[in-house]
Design a protein around this ligand. Structure first.
Ligand code: ADP
Ligand code: MG
Length: 262
């Protein structure tokens, strides 16, 4: 009958709508439940305090994918983003991380330990990212730190000196991070990590860093029992790198978690 046909049509339309992600047209929308967002007032004010009056193009596209509730799977997606240098990619991945950590806190989940890891190819860039996170996190209580050599130090006897990362967000270059994850405390220290951000992903997946980056991704994914969401950010991506990147994204969405032990 027409009613069921209409019902089907409506259902289909609804499904399509939930997959469509309307772009963010103003930062104010991030405070609007009607638009599907619930960003903390403090982070919103911190964005405005930077003097940013409107989202950049990459922010318009990526923030909804990572932050809009009731769309896709509430930010639980892997994402590969290509946008030119200077287009504001940092804010596009930092704000969703802050939003998730603060939303969990709002629900009374006071998690301790690193929840998100950002990897960058150079120490200078990593330090800049920490700086950017700090600016956007002012007054929220969210802690960020730069991975330091000592954090993954092992004593002469081979005993691990401990990492003891007390931050919510950790920013690191690849090798330091890989060593820390592979250290004795790695499993415990990184046990709560559910978000991995690869900044300058084309560099991180190029010859020099590829094995380290994939090592980090595999280790964190295993620790997280496949419940790790990865986002890759880059200005350019070569065809070889793109294939590796696509495989990362596809494999984590298609691999079923291993069955629980008996
Ligand atoms: P990318 O990583 O894409 O190269 P960055 O994240 O480093 O770009 O941002 C480049 C510059 O743009 C930074 O100085 C940053 O503070 C600024 N910026 C970010 N978002 C906005 C915005 N919405 N409006 C104006 N400036 C912005
Ligand atoms: Mg950048």
């Amino acid at each position: 009958t027409t009613t069921t046909a209409e019902g089907k049509k409506k259902k289909k339309k609804k499904q399509q709508q939930s997959l469509l992600v309307p772009p963010l047209t103003s930062f104010a929308q991030l405070r609007s439940p009607r638009h599907g967002y619930a960003l903390s007032k403090r982070v919103y004010e911190n964005i405005l305090r930077q003097g940013y009056t409107a989202p950049t193009e990459v922010q318009m596209g990526a923030l909804p994918v990572l932050m809009r509730k009731g769309c896709v799977v509430d930010g639980a997606v892997d994402l590969l983003t290509c946008a030119p240098t200077g287009s504001g990619k940092t804010l596009a991945y930092v704000v969703p991380l802050l939003d998730e950590i603060l939303a969990a806190r709002e629900k009374g989940v006071r998690e301790k330990g690193v929840r998100a890891v950002v990897v960058a190819p150079t120490k200078e860039l990593a330090a800049q990212i920490v700086n950017e996170v700090m600016k956007l996190a002012v007054g929220t209580g969210v802690k960020v730190s730069l991975m330091r050599k000592g954090m993954a130090a092992t004593s002469a006897k081979g005993e691990s000196a401990g990492i003891h990362v007390t931050s919510d967000i950790l920013v690191s270059t690849p090798l330091l991070l890989l060593h820390a994850i592979e250290s004795e405390e790695g499993k415990a220290e990184f046990g709560k990590v559910r978000r991995l951000v690869l900044d300058e992903a084309d560099v991180l997946l190029d010859e020099l860093f590829k094995d380290q980056t994939l090592g980090i991704w595999k280790a964190l994914r295993e620790i997280a029992n496949n419940d790790l969401r990865t986002s890759l950010w880059s200005a350019t991506i070569s065809s070889g790198t793109e294939e590796v990147a696509r495989n990362m994204i596809l494999s984590s969405t298609t691999t079923a978690p291993p069955p629980p032990p008996p």
